[in-house]
Design a binder for this molecule. Structure first.
Ligand SMILES: NC(=O)c1ccc[n+]([C@@H]2O[C@H](COP(=O)([O-])OP(=O)(O)OC[C@H]3O[C@@H](n4cnc5c(N)ncnc54)[C@H](O)[C@@H]3O)[C@@H](O)[C@H]2O)c1
Length: 321
């Protein structure tokens, strides 16, 4: 079994990746500082509790295992916090990634899959965004991810790295068997917040902006099932290992849903009325953010399968267990 290092593997998306890697016959090893991740999310995979900015720990880890690749999910991920505390984002996302890349170089590990984000595009200039869209992030979170993308590409130019940079839109849903799911603290993602309302843990949900130029006045976003995301990563990993080339791809469903459509689907699936409060639009929230995922379709031979109903059903099953 080829060992694969999953940095940030105790987090939401990384922990789902572990299950996919195991099923595919790889040996996932997790490095996570548990700053936002959960020990129990790694199930029976090997977990090393530590920070990717710890060069000595990385050196030791890379000497113990001969990793075929590194999958890098670790980051601070809250846009609002990144505006309030940019240095935290540049330190944990950019500086710590440099430590990780140095260790990889030192130990001749040349395959990297990096979690990037639609936030690198900034405000969209089209209803659906492809990879040729200008890169103009509007907050430190997005800028930190773009900086890492550029650093990775600089290393690849020297022939020292093969990479897949995968730009996710809105990851959502949970493992279909409800073994693991989404649990951010604090939670800022729409679907888990709605499920908290459905469970009585929260009284209502605030809808930020009801006058957008969309079919019902609320924002449109592209929700991609976490299992679809992981399937795309697996495909990228296999391609990189076999062909040693580089990829930059959007990962999304390629179809958007308004906030009200998501709320109505949650009402239908949970049977709860989900009271809403109409709030002001938030600065920097574009009306529509939807992926053009055709490049991923061509390059990864991959297409997202799950629709909104499946995403919410799986997320609901997870929180109801
Ligand atoms: N969730 C989304 O919708 C979404 C969308 C676009 C991009 N992304 C990207 O996907 C990745 C995973 O997101 P997520 O939702 O699973 O977040 P998450 O917070 O659940 O997972 C991140 C994990 O990284 C760990 N971590 C953070 N800093 C670390 C460090 N210095 N050393 C070791 N471990 C560290 C955390 O403890 C956590 O387990 C992130 O890079 C994020 O930017 C997520």
């Amino acid at each position: 079994m080829q060992p694969i290092l999953i940095v940030g593997g105790a987090g939401y998306i990384g922990s789902h990746m572990l299950l996919h890697l195991k099923t595919a016959g790889y040996q996932p090893i997790v490095l996570d500082n548990l700053s936002t991740g959960h020990r129990e999310a790694v199930l029976d995979a090997e977990l090393i509790v530590g920070d990717m900015n710890d060069a000595a720990l990385l050196s030791n880890l890379f000497s113990r295992y001969s990793f075929s690749a590194v999958m890098h999910f670790a980051a601070c991920i809250e846009v609002g916090e990144s505006v309030r505390d940019p240095l935290k984002y540049y330190k944990n996302n950019v500086a710590a990634t440099i430590t990780l890349l140095e260790a990889m170089q030192k130990h001749q590990i040349e395959t990297l899959i990096f979690s990037s984000t639609a936030a690198v595009y900034g405000l969209p200039n089209a209803a659906s965004i492809n990879e040729a869209h200008p890169l103009n992030p509007i907050n430190p979170y997005g800028r930190s991810k773009l900086m890492i993308e550029q650093i990775i590409q600089d290393l690849a130019q020297q022939g020292k790295l093969h990479y897949a940079i995968l730009r996710y839109f809105n990851a959502a849903g949970a493992d279909a068997e409800a073994r693991i799911g989404e649990c951010h603290q604090p939670e800022s993602h729409l679907i888990p917040l709605l499920l908290q309302v459905a469970r009585g843990e929260r009284k209502n949900i605030t809808v930020f902006g009801v006058d957008y130029p969309t079919i019902d006045g609320t924002c449109v976003r592209d929700y991609i099932h976490v299992d679809d995301l992981c399937a795309a990563h697996l495909s990228a990993l296999n391609i990189l290992l076999a062909e040693k080339r580089n990829l930059i791809c959007n990962l999304g469903l390629g179809h958007g849903y308004t906030v009200l459509e998501v709320i109505n689907k949650v009402r239908q699936i949970t049977g709860h009325s989900i009271p809403i409060i109409e709030g002001q639009a938030r600065a920097g929230d574009p009306p529509i953010l939807v992926a053009d995922a055709q490049l991923a379709y061509r390059e990864l031979k991959w297409q997202a399968q799950a629709d909104l109903a499946q995403i919410i059903t799986h997320a609901w099953q997870y929180v109801e267990i």
